[in-house]
Design a protein around this ligand. Structure first.
Ligand SMILES: Nc1ncnc2c1ncn2[C@@H]1O[C@H](COP(=O)(O)OP(=O)(O)OP(=O)(O)O)[C@@H](O)[C@H]1O
Length: 232
């Protein structure tokens, strides 16, 4: 579903990303890990055409994201709160997205119903602007928005950061459920090795913009990652 070809991103002399080839098939749960500055966010930003690559390209179903528009109907994402309209309440924001995605009110209601436990009665009906919610609750709005509109692929940058433990577990269940019932492809970057190894059937480890490991055997992932990150 997603293919990276000869991708390079340079900031002056600093090579932030250098990926000769990477293919992510439909309905894969793809985890992206690496130390600070490894290039995870850069890769997501190029995938969403928020940043232009220095060389190479990213294809979504064979369409170059820097040239076409069709992929935008297939990909949902939440990278950070800049992607939200934080002067709106969550209800106003979801209503605006409903119109953009041409969904019925019933569709939106059913979607938000799926997130009821995740929202934990702290997101909807509070009469608060998104900007006034806690960091964790802002993240919840962004994640629910990323999954709205029946996307075929969803990119989440550090989705577990700032979430309380119950919310982290609820999010894992939501992701697994979306993947199983709607065959959604997930790309998830995280510093939480336990969550990614539990969720993902493939984990790519970036170091200084390069892929140093592409792990696809679930049994070995934890040990290899713990050794790399020196977790005891
Ligand atoms: N706008 C920019 N201008 C200059 N350098 C940048 C810019 N954005 C990213 N970089 C550099 O690109 C490299 C990769 O950064 P990136 O944010 O993608 O890493 P990351 O893996 O997401 O890190 P973290 O885990 O800290 O979020 C870093 O060396 C960073 O300093």
């Amino acid at each position: 579903m997603i293919r990276i070809e000869k991708l390079k991103k340079k900031y002056r002399d600093n090579t932030a990303l250098d990926i000769p080839e990477l293919s992510i098939p439909k309905s894969q749960c793809f985890g992206l890990v690496g130390n600070n500055g490894a290039g995870k966010t850069t890769m997501f930003r190029i995938l969403l055409d928020l940043v232009r690559a220095t060389k190479g390209r990213v294809l979504v179903d064979e369409e170059d994201v820097s040239k076409g528009e069709q992929w935008k109907t297939k990909v949902g994402a939440f990278l950070d709160e800049h992607m939200l309209l934080s002067y709106l309440t969550p209800e106003e924001y979801f209503a605006a997205l409903r119109k953009i995605y041409r969904l019925s009110e019933q569709d939106l209601m059913l979607h938000l119903e799926k997130f009821k436990d995740f929202f934990n009665d702290e997101v909807l009906g509070k009469n608060k602007y998104i900007r006034d919610l806690s960091k964790g609750n802002i993240k919840k709005v962004g994640i629910a928005a990323a999954m709205l509109g029946h996307p075929e692929a969803v990119l989440l940058d550090e989705p577990f950061e700032n979430l309380d433990p119950s919310s982290q577990n609820r999010l894992k269940r939501l992701i697994l459920n979306e993947r199983e019932t709607n065959l959604v492809t997930f790309l998830i970057s995280s510093h939480d090795l336990n969550h990614v190894t539990e969720l993902c059937d493939r984990i790519v480890l970036l170091e200084k913009g390069r892929i140093v490991k592409d792990l696809q055997e679930r049994d070995d992932m934890s040990a290899i990652l713990n050794e790399y990150f020196n977790v005891t």
